[in-house]
Design a protein around this ligand. Sequence first.
Ligand SMILES: Cc1cc2nc3c(=O)[nH]c(=O)nc-3n(C[C@H](O)[C@H](O)[C@H](O)COP(=O)(O)OP(=O)(O)OC[C@H]3O[C@@H](n4cnc5c(N)ncnc54)[C@H](O)[C@@H]3O)c2cc1C
Length: 316
Amino acid sequence: MIQRTQFDSLLRLAGPGLTIQTAADLTPHTSMRMHTRAAVHARATSPSGLMRLMREANRLETPAFLLGGGCNTLFATSFFDGIVFSLGGDFNRLEYAGGTIIRAGAGAKLPKLIRFARDCGLMGLEFLTMVPGTVGGALAGNAGAGNWGLCDFVENVFLMTREGFIARVNRNQFRYGYRHSDLREAILLEAEFRLEPLDEMERRRRVEEYTAKKTNQPYNEPTSGCIFKNPRDPETGGLVSAGKLIDDCGLKGYTIRSARVSERHANFIVNNGDSCGEDFLALISLVRDIVQAKTGIELELEVQIVGGPMSSAILN
Ligand SMILES: Cc1cc2nc3c(=O)[nH]c(=O)nc-3n(C[C@H](O)[C@H](O)[C@H](O)COP(=O)(O)OP(=O)(O)OC[C@H]3O[C@@H](n4cnc5c(N)ncnc54)[C@H](O)[C@@H]3O)c2cc1C
């Protein structure tokens, strides 16, 4: 539990580049809109503010979780006894860096990045059409669609280690794959993306193609994106749709209190009203157990769970 003296030290950090709020309501900060509070919510708006926070969190040994747009995150309990921190201000910047390169702050929203690229006469990220979240969160989980992930377009990334040191990493210095990237070990600050020159007709075609694919997802309801990664078919090695497996097990619409398996896409869980973390975890466990019992396939979580026995979050 965060002690009074730790609170006082954290509150003293507030100043240029860093705001600190205690007993913060996180409901508006996750796309699932679940009711969670954090002992401390910090918002870093400059590298120096972030560095102060990370060094102090380390010194105090306080668990700290980095929240981007909260579109792929579930809090397991209604209270997180630590620091939840987010990036804003300087980290939201988008810049044209010449040629086909765009520089984006980790706090910038994905839809803004796509629009900015088009305004700069560039394209390439249309596969992220209607994918919410931030550049940092999307790089951490290599968000994408079809055969593409955001990490495919990275030239360089600027990051801060959890101890508060800044480094530049180029595209050959980290590994990534389907909904995974080594980058999530660090705090991503900014990335440079190599795109392609704009062909307006082709860009529109891609946007239409990816928008059409999204119509079977509950994008206008409170949800957190796909709960499970698509598993590999044990025989062919290809990816199998986790949504189809769950649907085939008859679980669409299955509900525990206010947490419900979406009728539109079975790999999404939606919040019917006032669900809390416990409801989501109970439903996730149940879906995973039934799919395993009926198909023999063990589903792996794609969503990040913070706290509790299923926690997959990186805390410093
Ligand atoms: C309706 C809907 C549709 C979706 N469709 C898709 C889709 O088609 N494809 C897809 O891949 N995803 C999809 N998602 C999931 C989600 O949009 C992506 O995973 C998104 O990129 C997450 O970004 P975020 O900023 O919200 O991350 P968060 O949920 O805030 O965080 C996710 C993880 O990233 C880490 N993180 C956040 N910021 C940083 C940073 N700066 N540095 C290091 N780590 C960081 C967090 O600590 C956490 O572990 C969808 C979600 C919704 C709600």
